[in-house]
Design a protein around this ligand. Structure first.
Ligand SMILES: C[S@@+](CC[C@H](N)C(=O)[O-])C[C@H]1O[C@@H](n2cnc3c(N)ncnc32)[C@H](O)[C@@H]1O
Length: 380
């Protein structure tokens, strides 16, 4: 019982310039099902999101009035996943959310014969490999499926049409890297680095400003699309208030990538200016920063916001370095290929694994406890 169609939302284009479009189109992870594909290398994200599973069930049980939402919409509940990639994690998430809502509905209406039907919208950027997503849709699903291509920083749905929205491991991707970090004569010029980790205060501020703008746009769009009483759940990378990213394990990753790329440029694979002009559009906010964005928007109540340990099962990072880099490669490779080409990108990931193995003792000292931001919002 599935319905397939895609919707395009040209009317809400915000990108005037081709370069920005190009960057955003290279954000989707590796498609297909090959060695470096996201579909084969995304179970770290799955395990990390699953840490929040019981909390999401609890929030739905306590705070989502499924009976009221369903009866006000002809018994059709609409759910959206923002940044779904190619699967399979998105299907696992959809299944859990739907089960929790059905359970809630049953507890509210124990004697009813009429259960809500579910329509699930899978959103990602247009260049995402939606074919892999659609061909791997679970055969035994009990929801109607629909793909929605477009940036989640824009409007993607009609007003008051979505009852439950979630996004896992996607909102730390910015719509673009801040312009000033690429400008030669600006104090925020990020020479020789590819990220704000270990960079100057000006660079960190430029990224923080870009995040606040993007997250604001995300919330503004969802505030229009969600019905009153609807719920928005976000799981993403985060940092404790005030902690510099260089203290965090993922920060070491960006520092190593940057220094390997500089090394490769010195070996003549590309010009050093390619590193200077490349800044990975990724920002992990603190709860304090997130709270400010939500309060500025003013149309959601914060039901729950906390930092969690995304990998309580992991005793030592040393055990998983090669697998970790495979996951990073699957999620981030296309944007590096666009900037540095296939050969150099391949070299970078090969050297990254080796370098992190060599520096494993330093890696062990990096902070990795509370670096997942979990957020439950309710639309007023
Ligand atoms: C690491 S994947 C996470 C996928 C999945 N939610 C999971 O938990 O495994 C991040 C996804 O966010 C998508 N993404 C990044 N920026 C986006 C944007 N502005 N609009 C829509 N999707 C975006 C990427 O294309 C990618 O598929």
């Amino acid at each position: 019982m599935a319905e397939f169609f895609t919707m395009d939302h040209q009317s809400h284009q915000i990108f005037g310039d081709d370069k920005v479009k190009m960057v955003i189109n290279t954000l989707p992870p590796n498609g297909g099902s090959g060695t470096f594909s996201y579909s084969k290398n995304s179970y770290f994200q799955k395990r990390s999101s699953s840490v929040e599973e019981s909390k999401i069930e609890e929030e739905i049980q306590k705070k989502l009035d499924v009976k009221k939402l369903a009866s006000a919409s002809n018994m059709i509940i609409r759910v959206a996943d923002f940044g779904c990639a190619t699967g399979p994690n998105t299907f696992v998430n959809a299944h859990k959310v739907l089960e929790a809502m059905k359970h809630k509905h049953k507890s509210q209406c124990p004697n009813t014969e009429t259960n809500p039907e579910f329509h699930v919208f899978f959103n990602d950027l247009p260049s995402n490999d939606f074919n892999t997503l659609f061909t791997s849709l679970p055969q035994d699903r009990n929801f109607f499926a629909c793909g929605v291509p477009g940036s989640f920083y824009n409007r993607l749905f009609p007003q008051s049409s979505i009852h439950f929205a979630y996004s896992t491991y996607a909102l730390h991707f910015l719509s673009k890297s801040p312009e000033v970090v690429q400008e030669l004569n600006d104090p925020a010029w990020n020479k020789g680095r590819i990220h704000y980790t270990s960079a100057s205060e000006e660079v960190v501020d430029a990224y923080a400003t870009q995040f606040a703008r993007d997250a604001g746009n995300f919330l503004d769009a969802r505030a229009v699309e969600l019905v009153p009483g609807g719920m928005l759940v976000i799981v993403m990378q985060g940092v404790p208030n005030g902690m510099p990213y260089s203290h965090i394990i993922n920060g070491m990753l960006f520092d190593c990538m940057g220094s390997i790329l500089m090394e490769l440029s010195k070996e003549g694979l590309f010009d050093e200016s390619e590193v200077d002009s490349f800044n990975f559009p990724y920002y992990a906010p603190s709860p304090e920063e997130m709270r400010k964005v939500i309060e500025k928007n003013g149309r959601f109540s914060i039901e729950r916001m906390e930092l969690t340990d995304p990998a309580p099962w992991l005793k030592s990072m040393e055990q998983v370095i090669p697998e970790w880099i495979l996951h990073v490669r699957a999620a981030m490779e296309p944007i590096f290929i666009t900037q540095f080409g296939n050969q150099a990108t391949h070299q970078m990931f090969q050297r990254l694994t080796k370098q992190l193995l060599d520096k494993r003792h330093l890696l062990q000292t990096k902070y990795r406890d509370k670096i997942q931001l979990f957020l439950v919002l309710k639309k007023n």
